[in-house]
Design a binder for this molecule. Structure first.
Ligand code: KE4
Length: 432
């Protein structure tokens, strides 16, 4: 792959204007070193950078592009809306239609409020849970990310109760003190916490399938404990399905896991690549949101007509032509191919996948350790991942720029793309 001079120049310019040269740190390549690549365009399963290099896209804008870039149905819907307007700051029937699609797809959602990002959805769901229960404490899990919400940007503290400590300047100790951080899949820890403090807990927030420490699946016992303990103590179970919603199935992770949360947050796919998030769930809880109830939440661009048009077209396409069997077939092949390539190259790696979300955790070995939570994910050999990332870039494969992110692929990826990706991985892992 030839040099990326134009990206280099663009990055130098951007750094003078935008903190770190990016509008989100996830794009800064901090986890793999080097400089971020700037892009010019995308179509289907491919991205083209400003130096003209073409890549198979395994980020898909960090999840939204499940249909592939510029799907005709989505482009047409946006174009049609453009002919009518972009933002009114007033209700439209299209928002009710999208709400009906969401409610039809996710039965646990009886009412839904649209916002502009997954962060806003999480922030609003936390405020609603506290307003509905009258309680302060929130439980979250290390390695789960819910957007840049003050009360959720905390890491496990040193105290026995793992009280949260801020993991960003600007978050007060007081804010973090109301957040309790546990280890994902730690059933005993969850039971011990609820035994002593269950009646103080407003909500337990979790990624039902984790993408944000790399791909980690919940044990059946862990999921059952989360549901049972929150029910028994009058706390709300909140599934953050910003990544998994409409991706793992039309009904998200909760449909395939068979667990019903009280609230669900959504983002990414629900906006079809335009800024849209949502939170919804039990009618008796959602009716506490202003102006039906007293819990305040608002937004100038909430339910924005363009974003609603893109999200509606995306969900209608997923409903009318479900890609999930194709995504599962391609995912199984990719998982098998990566696992075989790592074994053949003698590289200790744990490969985890659900549907079209997958992570290959590089490990220091020689034993391969199952990754079940942050304690085991954080043992990964991130330097080895970085080396793999750049070798794949040189072969035209654009993977997540961090070991601690899941890869995503789309319905536009073909059998040939999957085979080419496996071949590139085999070469990269063999050190060629
Ligand atoms: P946004 O505010 O970025 O729309 O959504 C936040 C969010 C909430 N919940 C989950 C499970 C998420 O994965 C996210 C955002 N995911 C990251 C990637 N891991 C987005 C990339 C970025 O921050 O630029």
């Amino acid at each position: 792959m030839s040099s990326r001079d134009r990206s280099h120049t663009a990055f130098a310019r951007a750094k003078e204007l935008i903190p770190g040269g990016v509008n989100s740190p996830a794009r800064a390549f901090g986890g793999v070193g080097g400089e971020p690549i700037f892009f010019e365009s995308a179509l289907g399963q491919r991205l083209t950078d400003i130096d003209g290099h073409v890549y198979l896209d395994y980020i898909g804008s960090w999840g939204p592009m499940i249909l592939g870039h510029r799907h005709p149905r989505v482009v047409a819907a946006i174009a049609e809306m453009l002919g009518k307007g972009t933002s009114y700051g007033a209700p439209t029937e299209a928002e009710s239609h999208l709400a009906e699609l969401i409610i039809a797809a996710v039965p646990s959602i009886e009412k839904v409020r649209m916002v502009s990002s997954g962060t806003e959805a999480a922030m609003s769901a936390v405020r609603l849970a506290r307003g509905f229960t009258g309680r302060d404490k929130i439980v979250k899990f290390a390695g789960n990310y819910h957007g840049h919400v003050d009360s959720l940007l905390v890491a496990a503290g040193s105290s026995a109760a793992t009280l949260g400590v801020p993991n960003s300047p600007g978050i007060t100790a007081g804010t973090a003190a109301d957040t309790i951080v546990l280890e994902y899949n730690d059933v005993e820890g969850l039971e011990a916490l609820f035994k002593t403090r269950g009646l103080d807990i407003a909500a337990l927030l979790m990624e039902p399938v984790v993408g944000n420490m790399g791909l980690v699946t919940p044990s059946r016992e862990f999921l059952a404990a989360a549901r049972k303990l929150t029910l028994a103590h009058g706390s709300l179970l909140v599934f953050d399905e910003v990544m998994t919603g409409f991706r793992l199935s039309l009904g998200g992770a909760q449909q395939i896991l068979g667990v019903t949360p009280d609230l669900t947050t959504l983002g990414k796919i629900v906006g079809g690549g335009l800024p849209l998030g949502a939170y919804g769930g039990r009618r008796d809880v959602m009716d506490h949101v202003l102006p039906a109830g007293k819990v305040f939440q608002a937004g100038t661009l909430s339910g924005n007509p363009l974003a609603v048009a893109a999200g509606t077209a995306t969900l209608e396409e997923l409903r009318d032509n479900p890609p999930y069997e194709r995504l599962e077939r391609h995912g199984a092949r990719l998982e098998e191919g990566f696992r075989e390539a790592a074994a053949r190259a003698g590289v200790p790696a744990w490969v985890a996948r659900v549907g079209s979300m997958m992570t290959m955790f590089f490990q220091k070995g020689p034993e391969v350790i199952p990754v079940t939570g942050w304690k085991t994910a954080s043992l990964s050999d991130t330097a080895r991942y970085a080396d793999f990332f750049w070798k794949m870039i040189d072969r035209g494969i654009y993977l997540p720029c961090s070991q601690y992110e899941a890869l995503f692929f789309s319905a536009a990826h073909t059998d040939a793309d999957i085979e080419a990706t496996i071949a590139a991985a085999a070469e990269s892992l063999a050190g060629r």
